[in-house]
Design a protein around this ligand. Sequence first.
Ligand code: FMN
Length: 436
Amino acid sequence: MSFATRYSSSVASVFPVHDIFWKSRCRLDLNKFHGNLIGGRRLHNNYSQKHYFCAKAEMVVQKYLPPLFSVAPMMEWTDHHYRTLARLVSKHAWLYTEMLAAETIVYQKDNLDKYLGFSPEQHPIVLQIGGSKLENIAKATALANPYGYDEINFNCGCPSPKVAGHGCFGVSLMLDPKFVAEAMTVIAANTDAPVSVKCRIGVDDRDSYNELCDFIYKVSSQSPTRHFIIHSRKALLNGISPAENRSIPPLKYEYFYGLLRDFPDLRFTINGGITGVDEANAALTAGAHGVMIGRAAYHNPWNVLGHVDTAIYGVPSSNITRRQIIEKYQVYGDSILWRDGRRPSVRDVVKPLLNFFHGEPGNTLWKRKADAAFHTCTTVKSFFEEALVPIPDFVLDKPLAELPPPGREELFANVPSLLPPPYESQLREEEEMMYA
Ligand SMILES: Cc1cc2nc3c(=O)[nH]c(=O)nc-3n(C[C@H](O)[C@H](O)[C@H](O)COP(=O)(O)O)c2cc1C
């Protein structure tokens, strides 16, 4: 049974953000805030700002099922092609773009469709922006606004030396919460969508729970940010590779659940090391507002994404088969092939499908044939005719198994015994005394 059906008959009504926004904040007249919008998007009054941004989040939540499950932003992986495939497999998962540097958007302003365009089926979709210059972050957000993304996310978690080492970008920004708060304020002022931050639980030796809380506290109290995605391991900036930075620092889910306890007015999505919907449901049951999966959703899209709508959202199965998905994907692929002259190539378009038969008979031979077909095929249709031969019909025509592959349902079982002591913040106490 899905998390949603287990806890409520209505998915939207179980989502804590919905509760928070409706019950404690947003009994408001949306038109009033549209009025503010028309009169210039910058709302200087803190109180109005908070309510206006709540209204934005509320509008998005009503349009789609809430982000109980999302696919992580992954550079060179979650491109338009992958997201097209992901949406054919799951109707309700929230999809993140790859990170786009604010500078790229600004400097490519005459070529924006290439970087920011997406087909309407990809909603709900979140744009992730990275950057370290407020002016460019503001301009990039404004340029992205007409595209109608459902949320704008700011990257404070990328440890790549290309990113973190240059101008304090990515995870280095966790060391400068004041800047992150300014960036989030600027982003929120230039978009009609809600905003969020994706970060780690620390950087190098700045890795105590209290330091993480200080970051969350400063960013959330000095900007309209109400949603944080927490990759639950710290980043090491000592020269290990980005891939090692996704495996060497240990996962500390207890920090994530500590945040849920210590910041009950905020929304937190858990990320890192979760490999399927059973585990995602276990994280939600333990209290997470949302779950984000990265690598597993890329390496095994059929089995991970295929169960999201039923097992997480409680929606009846579409009973779609891999053959039907491939047929639809082929039409998409051939319609965009060579659009920019030499790109996208057949290889670019087909890449997300290479993992589509993970664990099935014929998988190894399919990959080998695919490799050969990339050299000869000039259409996606001819590629499939050649490379799909080793995949048996029963694999292509089998609808998803009723139950997802079993996962580690006990993944979060020991979290309660590991929870860090509650956040003690001088900052918070001082502020509370000021306003008492
Ligand atoms: C190839 C690759 C590229 C990534 N690119 C980004 C990125 O652009 N922005 C970001 O915030 N995280 C990026 N990440 C990190 C993921 O979003 C995610 O936080 C990380 O993989 C942990 O989640 P997982 O264990 O479910 O994979 C990337 C990860 C991978 C594997």
